[in-house]
Design a protein around this ligand. Structure first.
Ligand SMILES: Nc1ncnc2c1ncn2[C@@H]1O[C@H](COP(=O)(O)OP(=O)(O)O)[C@@H](O)[C@H]1O
Ligand SMILES: [Mg+2]
Length: 278
């Protein structure tokens, strides 16, 4: 595929009333950035980044450390507001919408399990991750399963379907702190799926995961894509990117330096230079 799949055809669809822009290959793009910039003090983390995310794909976001990948993902999720440029989701500008509002529209990211979450069970973690959960649910969960089991029955059904899908049903009552690193990554992904996203943002979901579980996570991502979920995946392991991602966007020093299939971009001089320099 040419790099035009990611960058081309934007002008033709701008300003139109279509809810979803049409990519040059005829597929739909559900997310787009236009000239996004973000700096922290004197450091320009993201500079003039325009990307397009075709529906039903896993877009790989790669580049050396400090390239701006995580900052860009935060901007897509709404955790960071860009200094310039705009973000569009399903044809609507969302540049200044907060993450909760974006998640309600189907744009969500995975989060590392922090705070008290490792001290809750796997099932409790999933129930708490459902959208529009209030604080009282947390306390109900802490107080014991029986309290919320009836109230939240539909959520329990959804959570168990995910647990079955990810082969973690037998661990539903395990505390997350007892799980392996890879199993925690799966719980993080399942938590984000409780919101029923259309587009999922993942920042290095394979970090610290052993190779066999890494392969398992990879096949789950491919299955989710087959079910229609679109993803943006920040990943440094290029083998994973090669197997899962199309297109791939390469960043270095805050800018996009190449786009295309992994096969296309891995042979380009500027990409090799950026990796060697990084
Ligand atoms: N919150 C922040 N405050 C200050 N500098 C930041 C912040 N977040 C990122 N940076 C800087 O922005 C640049 C890009 O970082 P990041 O987006 O984390 O890159 P990557 O994920 O590609 O490794 C780096 O120089 C980093 O130090
Ligand atoms: Mg990062």
């Amino acid at each position: 595929m040419s790099s035009d799949t990611v960058t081309g055809g934007v002008e033709a669809t701008r300003g139109g009333s279509d809810a979803v822009a049409v990519a040059e290959n005829g597929g739909k793009c559900i997310l787009e950035t236009r000239g996004v910039r973000k700096s922290f003090g004197g450091v320009v983390a993201v500079e003039n980044v325009s990307i397009r995310v075709p529906q039903g794909r896993i877009v790989g976001l790669i580049g050396p450390n400090g390239a701006g990948k995580s900052t860009l993902l935060s901007i897509l999720a709404g955790a960071q507001v860009p200094d310039a440029g705009s973000v569009w989701f399903l044809g609507e500008e969302i540049s200044r919408q907060n993450p909760v509002k974006r998640a309600r529209k189907g744009l969500t990211r995975t989060f590392q399990l922090s705070g008290d979450l490792p001290r809750l069970t796997v099932l409790e973690n999933l129930l708490l991750a459902a959208p529009d959960q209030r604080g009282e649910h947390l306390w109900a969960a802490l107080a014991g399963k029986r309290v919320w089991k009836r109230q939240e029955e539909a959520l329990v059904i959804r959570a168990r379907a995910l647990l079955n899908r990810f082969d973690l049903r037998k661990h539903e009552d395990a505390y997350v702190s007892e799980l392996s690193g890879g199993q925690r990554r799966l719980v993080e992904i399942m938590r984000s799926l409780m919101a029923n996203p259309r587009l999922l943002l993942l920042d290095e979901p394979f970090a610290g995961v052993n190779p066999s579980l890494s392969r398992r996570i990879e096949s789950h991502l491919i299955d989710l894509r087959a079910d229609g979920l679109t993803m943006v995946l920040v990943e440094h392991e290029l083998g994973v990117v090669e197997r899962c991602c199309d297109p791939v966007v390469v960043m270095a020093m805050g800018r996009v330096i190449a786009e295309g299939t992994m096969g296309d971009v891995r042979t380009r001089g500027e990409v090799l230079d950026a990796y060697l320099a990084g």
